[in-house]
Design a protein around this ligand. Structure first.
Ligand SMILES: *Cc1c(COP(=O)(O)O)cnc(C)c1O
Length: 427
């Protein structure tokens, strides 16, 4: 039956009766740009193809996971080899050893790792470890930072929550979130204030070292250093949620410059299959069972298929020049800035850190969630629809970052910039 359905519209009509809101993750509904979802059936390099056979330049890239582009030949072949041998044994497997060596080679702050099935799960474990290690309860998080759908961190989170304007989620008791302290991103005084008041009760500060779930927020000079210093002074742990940023800008991450006790990875390290990694200093990580008394387990943790995709991706990344991504991303940014300068009544802004970017309509520079929430959503939706019609697929929300892969070339970027220009000429 499904075989005969050739349009996204027909599929979504049926989906709405069977899947909640027709989707399995809220942003996929395209609700925030006032459209219906597109059903994709294949991807190759920088291009994905819809069920209707339309091609799109993909800047979503599985929410950043496909840094090598879709269906990378080496990654696919490696996964196929393992698929033929049985998917999973729920037991030890040689690839997990190889994977751990690659992660440790890339991150000098990491002594030990544990592989789980999603970023959300890895964050949960990181927080549990921080609380066990310090014997404290409170967690500091930043407004607009998203750390997966962990109950006690779903307070002023970004991503789908920013898109839908929910301050937090229903179904989470006050008691669960009253140990979570909120600080505005890039707010040096805010972090001082919260430590002055609660310092000795704070188990950890968790941060996206470059925030990517409320658009891209770049940390201001000295902000991450400030967090490193203040957490050390108070005996709290620093947790870098590098689910997006890990392996995005270099073979490693921002943890290499700030030495956090715990690092959370996901997305890229799974090569596009489900994964999460919690990693860090030996003295903290060794609290996990079976060595310690902090429990964590998982039926599908470190399954061979996710690790095959991850290992093949990391091995390839080791030999690639990230300068290429930086160069392409710079061209993208320059293109947008030059359009903005030519149409000087246009408030279009691009936030960028390496090959991680976001577009906003805003009269001010976007440096924290307050400014991000003030962006003009209607203009974004108009631009979004226009670009989609021209075969350019951006995340269907101004609050999600978009990315480049090693398969994006100057051709795709020029085409995209020209279409953005066309949009403003028509306006
Ligand atoms: C995507 C994301 C997560 C959650 O990872 P899932 O695999 O979706 O559970 C956590 N933190 C950050 C920064 C993310 O971008």
């Amino acid at each position: 039956m499904i075989k005969d359905l050739v349009s996204s519209m027909e599929l979504f009509d049926i989906a709405k009766n069977n899947l909640v809101g027709g989707v399995n993750s809220p942003v996929r509904s395209f609700k925030s740009v006032g459209l219906d979802p597109i059903y994709f059936v294949s991807g190759n390099g920088a291009v994905i193809t819809s069920v209707e056979g339309r091609n799109f330049i993909d800047y979503v890239l599985g929410w950043g996971a496909f840094i090598l582009g879709h269906a990378d030949e080496q990654v696919v072949n490696f996964v196929k080899q393992y698929a033929d041998r049985g998917f999973h044994f729920g037991a030890c497997h040689p690839l997990e050893v190889e994977f751990s060596l690659l992660i440790k080679e890339a991150f000098k702050s990491i002594d030990k790792i544990r592989v789980v099935n999603s970023g959300t799960e890895a964050v949960m474990v990181a927080i549990r470890l921080a609380r066990a290690f310090t014997g404290r309860k409170k967690i500091v998080k930043f407004l607009g930072n998203y750390h997966g759908h962990v109950d006690y961190l779903l307070v002023k989170a970004g991503s789908g929550l920013a898109t839908f304007g929910l301050p937090s989620s229903k179904g989470i008791p006050e008691e669960v979130i009253n140990q979570t302290l909120l600080v505005e991103y890039n707010d040096f005084e805010g972090i001082e204030r919260v430590f002055d008041r609660f310092g000795k009760e704070i188990a950890a500060v968790i941060i996206e070292p470059v925030a990517g779930n409320i658009g891209v927020l770049v940390p201001q000079n000295g902000f991450l250093k400030k967090l490193r210093e203040i957490t050390s002074n108070y005996g709290s742990l620093l947790i870098f949620d590098e689910v997006i940023t890990g392996f995005r800008f270099e073979f490693g991450g921002l943890s290499n410059y700030y030495d956090p006790e715990l690092v959370v990875l996901g997305k890229i390290v799974g090569g596009g299959l489900p994964i999460g990694v919690v990693a860090g200093k030996k003295e903290v990580m060794d609290l996990l069972a079976p060595l310690g008394e902090v429990y964590q387990g998982g039926t599908f943790s470190a399954n061979p298929l996710s690790l095959a995709a991850g290992v093949a991706t990391l091995k390839k990344l080791k030999s690639l020049n990230y300068g290429y991504l930086e160069e392409m991303a710079q061209l993208f940014q320059e293109g947008i800035v030059s359009i903005k300068n030519r149409f000087n009544n246009v408030n279009l802004r691009i936030n960028r850190y390496g090959s991680m970017m976001s577009l906003f309509f805003n009269s001010e520079d976007v440096i924290n969630s307050q400014v991000a929430y003030k962006s003009n959503r209607d203009l974004f939706s108009m631009l979004y629809k226009f670009l989609l019609e021209k075969g350019i697929y951006l995340p269907p929300s101004p609050f999600e970052a978009f990315f480049l892969s090693f398969k994006h070339s100057i051709n795709e970027i020029n085409y995209t910039i020209d279409r953005v220009e066309e949009f403003f000429m028509n306006m």
